[in-house]
Ligand binder design. Structure first.
Ligand code: 5GP
Length: 326
């Protein structure tokens, strides 16, 4: 902590990036709604884009739904990505969306395990087909794989295996990597190549978002923190006078049943389904997150979000906050 003159109202959270491979420029507050069924919605994008935040749209919208959204909300398209897994049908659909709606500039290639030759080849193919689109790809957690994906044509690498709020990968498989370490190491590798990273998963409060940026993340992706709002997919559930909304992992039983008719027998479900307390309009949560981030910057003397990682050091602790009244 330093004596400094940064006032929280004046903290600049906007970032400008020029991407290594697409050569395109990004302007905005680099927080992304996760491409999960419930959070990566068109309704979410309408609110987030007003604040220059970004939405990775979930991959199950049809081409018709995309066309309707693009026609009625062209102003949102600067801050959304179209998502795809690495399957042939996914790619075909992605191509049809990008060809029909040229204003979409971002592609989010998302697989649970980015450590496969097939995925690397897939990223190369998408890069060849879309030389000017900005490609987000992941998920990985180590510097070497970040470099491999950037050299294969990705611009922004999604970092995180195991930290998600509804992720059970660590329980089911023992696989994972501590998120803060992953971000520190992967940011270093990406930045060495003029690439960028997204810290994806594990943020449960605005302070965690600030820590991810402090560790070197260029973007932070949020699922659980944005769940439970009006803008999320799904109905409000009433139970004992309280309101909830369903939130589930993309490889949970719920997601599998919805999309591919059940979990394949050879695969364990690696996601949970939870009922989160209904939180109303996401505007309030955005205000809370951005307010927290601005305040972080004033504590450490960063006039801009861009400076935050240069003003941050980490000290290992055993607990984040007082447990006295919990
Ligand atoms: P959160 O912000 O909720 O902590 O994390 C969101 C991230 O969790 C997503 O962006 C995605 O990377 C990851 N995720 C979403 N669904 C699943 C799932 O079913 N299993 C696993 N292992 N990770 C998931």
């Amino acid at each position: 902590l330093l004596v400094n003159s940064v006032h929280w109202r004046l903290v600049d959270l906007q970032r400008t990036f020029t991407f290594r491979n697409s050569k395109q420029t990004y302007n905005g507050i680099p927080i992304i709604a996760a491409n999960m069924d419930t959070t990566g919605t068109f309704e979410m994008a309408q609110v987030l884009s007003k604040h220059t935040l970004f939405t990775a749209i979930q991959k199950h919208y049809s081409l018709e739904e995309w066309k309707t959204f693009a026609a009625s909300h062209p102003e949102c398209l600067e801050h959304v990505a179209a998502s795809s897994g690495s399957g042939a049908a996914d790619l075909e659909k992605l191509c049809s969306i990008l060809e029909a709606i040229p204003l979409i500039q971002y592609i989010c290639l998302d697989v649970a395990n980015g450590y496969s030759e097939h995925f690397v080849e897939f990223v190369k193919r998408v890069r060849e087909r879309f030389p000017k689109h900005t490609i987000m790809a992941g998920n990985v957690v180590t510097g070497e794989m970040v470099e491999e994906l950037i050299l294969s044509g990705a611009d922004i690498i999604k970092v995180g295996i195991g930290p998600g709020s509804v992720c059970t990968t660590r329980i089911k498989t023992g696989v994972g990597y501590p998120q803060l370490s992953a971000v520190i190491e992967c940011a270093d590798s990406a930045h060495g190549l003029k690439g960028h990273i997204i810290s994806d998963g594990g943020c449960s409060c605005p302070g965690d978002v600030a820590k991810a940026f402090g560790a070197g993340a260029d973007f932070v992706m949020l699922g659980g923190m944005l769940a439970g709002h009006d803008q999320c997919a799904g109905e409000i559930i009433e139970k004992d006078g309280k309101k909830f909304k369903l939130f589930y992992g993309m490889s949970s039983d719920t997601a599998m049943k919805k999309c591919v008719g059940g979990v394949a027998e050879y695969r364990a479900s690696e996601g949970r389904t939870v009922q989160v307390p209904y939180k109303g309009d996401v505007e309030n949560t955005i205000r809370d997150i951005l307010g927290g981030l601005r305040s972080t910057c004033t504590y450490v003397g960063a006039a801009k979000l861009k400076e935050l990682s240069r003003r941050t050091t980490f000290i290992r602790v055993t607990q984040q906050s007082s447990q006295m009244f919990n």
